[in-house]
Ligand binder design. Structure first.
Ligand code: CUA
Length: 350
């Protein structure tokens, strides 16, 4: 089952013409609160913002007043004895201390409740890599660039990176957490409403950092179970499956198919070319996917992460079929549906 794409992303931070009052409401400045913990983050944020504003105004007003009062030409009495005021001194010790304690306990409470998922949360594994988010469900079902989750259910994300630092950020859910290689980090959220929400990477991770996004599709529980039973079809000829993987696995963020060079060489025109005695053929492409440093096309740098373990041998074959297809070099087998005619040779299709 294909989840509808028609749900618009909730990125409209504010709709309509803002009135004066709106400028004092966080609704104008922040995206809508779409998770069960978002109000806690906004509450402590608003408190700190308002307190800082008030204190800044008080200090600035006092400063301006004294600058004026003791300006050089004024007749203010400068020789008067200054007596200490116990009340004044206590106030500027006690009030800020109380404020800081309030910020600490309030912030700590919010931190604990946003860090510790409720019991019975649904866990999804998240992998960040240049420049793609992939997701794996408990039943082994994998998706790239989007996840489908049920509304009103706590979702725990167990996250790691295969290469450099990334950061998983969903503005409407007010969750943001670094995703670090060789380490697991966790966030959780419970979406309040159905809709589609944008995930962005907020840790600069290289050329395509700004395109490293994903979508969280929040659907009803029935729709979710239906989708889990019948994940989107992956049927089709090998070259078409390869074309899907080209998008899903974000090959397209570095390799064009129109001949223009990107972070990596374009796939158009590469098939059969010869670099220093090595010909770009199936073995070359296969090795370049699992061990990107094996061959480097002149003029490019060794930037690609390894896809070892991320793509099955069959999937690599589909990508090879796709590359051959766009270069006009496809054999009948490359255009056949896996498991059907011409595909028995390597036992493809499970
Ligand atoms: Cu990943 Cu920025």
């Amino acid at each position: 089952m294909q989840i509808q794409d028609s749900v618009s992303t909730r990125q409209t931070f504010f709709e309509g013409t803002p009135s004066i009052g709106d400028f004092f409401s966080l609704d104008l400045w922040l995206p809508p609160q779409e998770s069960t913990t978002a109000h806690q983050i906004d509450g402590i944020f608003a408190f700190i913002l308002i307190m800082s504003t008030i204190l800044t105004l008080i200090v600035t007003a006092a400063m301006v007043y004294f600058i004026y009062k003791y300006r050089r030409r004024s007749n203010a009495d400068r020789a008067v004895d200054v007596k200490e005021s116990k009340l004044l001194e206590l106030s500027w010790v006690v009030i800020p201390t109380l404020l800081v304690l309030v910020v600490f306990f309030w912030g700590f409470t919010a931190y604990v409740s946003t860090s510790i998922p409720p019991p019975g949360s649904y866990t999804i594994n998240v992998t960040g890599q240049k420049w793609l988010w992939t997701f794996e469900y408990p039943n082994g079902h994998q998706t790239s660039k989007e996840i489908v989750v049920p509304v009103g259910t706590p979702i725990r994300l167990e996250m790691t990176s295969t290469d450099v630092l990334h950061s998983f950020y969903v503005p409407e859910f007010r969750i943001k957490h670094d995703v670090v290689p060789n380490r697991y980090s966790y966030v959780w959220f419970e979406a309040k409403e159905q809709g589609t929400y944008q995930v962005v990477c907020t840790e600069y991770c290289g050329t395509q950092h700004s395109n490293m996004g994903a979508l969280i599709k929040v659907v009803s529980y029935d729709e979710f179970s239906e989708w889990m039973r019948n994940p989107p079809d992956v049927d089709g000829p090998r070259n078409v499956l390869g074309a899907q993987l080209y998008e899903q696995k974000a090959c397209n963020s570095c390799h064009s198919i129109d001949g223009s060079p990107g972070v990596g060489p374009s796939w158009l025109g590469i098939w059969g070319t010869n670099h220093g005695g090595v010909t770009v053929d199936s073995a070359y492409v296969h090795q370049s996917i699992v061990e990107p440093g094996a061959f480097i096309v002149p003029g490019f740098q060794n930037q690609m992460p390894s896809y070892q373990g991320q793509l099955t041998d069959d999937q690599i074959d589909y990508i090879i079929a796709y590359i051959k297809d766009i270069n006009g070099a496809a054999d009948p087998e490359d255009l056949a549906i896996p498991g059907e005619e011409g595909a028995e040779a390597d036992g493809a299709g499970e």
